[in-house]
Design a protein around this ligand. Structure first.
Ligand code: SF4
Length: 229
């Protein structure tokens, strides 16, 4: 089996402890209006065209062995800094079977593993992967089902069921909230997210003003800035 990856970013500092390599999995079943990685949404390989005409292929297929070898090239630096590998996307759990092949190859070399997930995955995919990693960044985007459906195209219940299980599972985690102007960034929203966290760590991520930059490169129009209406 192969996994489809659209970027491998080395020496990242904000996706977990130490110096890390972040692996971006291609494909996501949500369509957040503010998504700043639109090349991560489709499960198909795509080509982005920069303004200068340069073409970038997004989506490369890897075997678990080849990807593990690639990631382990930086194993020494990761180990020295207390870092590791972070799975991101797109939605890494949409390729859970491939992750379950990749993870043991990294774990047996002692690599610290983190995952960033929307939680929009089957309970089986979620549980099988989450129990194998060292840390989970769990997105919380909205706490109202209608708003979640409107802004992401998905069903909030799927995420909430996985979060409920995560709270009792014992794997260290933090919630991450992307703060989107006019959507979920009011003082009341912030309070609601803190209440929801119920003592767990919550990281509020500032809106990425460059979020729309890649859409024209894919021949798409950025659906934001999202304003409440
Ligand atoms: S869950 Fe993440 S990758 Fe998927 S559409 Fe939303 S912001 Fe983009």
């Amino acid at each position: 089996m192969k996994g489809r990856i659209f970027e491998i970013r080395e020496f990242t500092l904000h996706d977990g402890p130490g110096v890390r390599t972040t692996v971006f999995f291609k494909g996501c079943n949500l369509r957040c209006a503010w998504c700043h990685n639109p090349e991560g949404q489709s499960f198909e390989a795509e080509t982005m065209t920069r303004a200068n005409g340069e073409k970038i292929v997004c989506g490369e297929d890897w075997t678990a062995d080849a990807l593990a070898d690639e990631l382990l090239r930086n194993a020494d630096i990761m180990a020295q800094s207390g870092g590791g590998v972070t799975f991101s996307g797109g939605e890494p759990l949409a390729q859970a079977e491939f992750l379950m092949e990749l993870i043991p190859r990294l774990k047996r070399m002692g690599v610290h593993l983190a995952i960033e997930t929307s939680g929009y995955a089957s309970s089986q995919a979620y549980r099988s992967v989450v129990t194998q990693v060292d840390f989970v960044y769990q997105d919380v985007k909205l706490l109202d089902s209608d708003a979640f459906r409107r802004w992401t195209g998905g069903e909030l219940d799927v995420v909430l069921a996985n979060v409920a299980w995560l709270r009792g599972n014992g794997v260290p985690f933090a919630f991450r909230v992307p703060c989107i102007p006019g959507v979920n960034d009011s003082a009341a929203d912030r309070e609601a997210f803190v209440d929801f966290a119920d003592g767990a760590k919550v990281e509020f991520l500032a809106y990425n003003k460059a979020a729309g930059a890649k859409y024209p490169m894919l021949g798409r129009t950025y659906p934001c800035p999202p304003m409440s209406s």
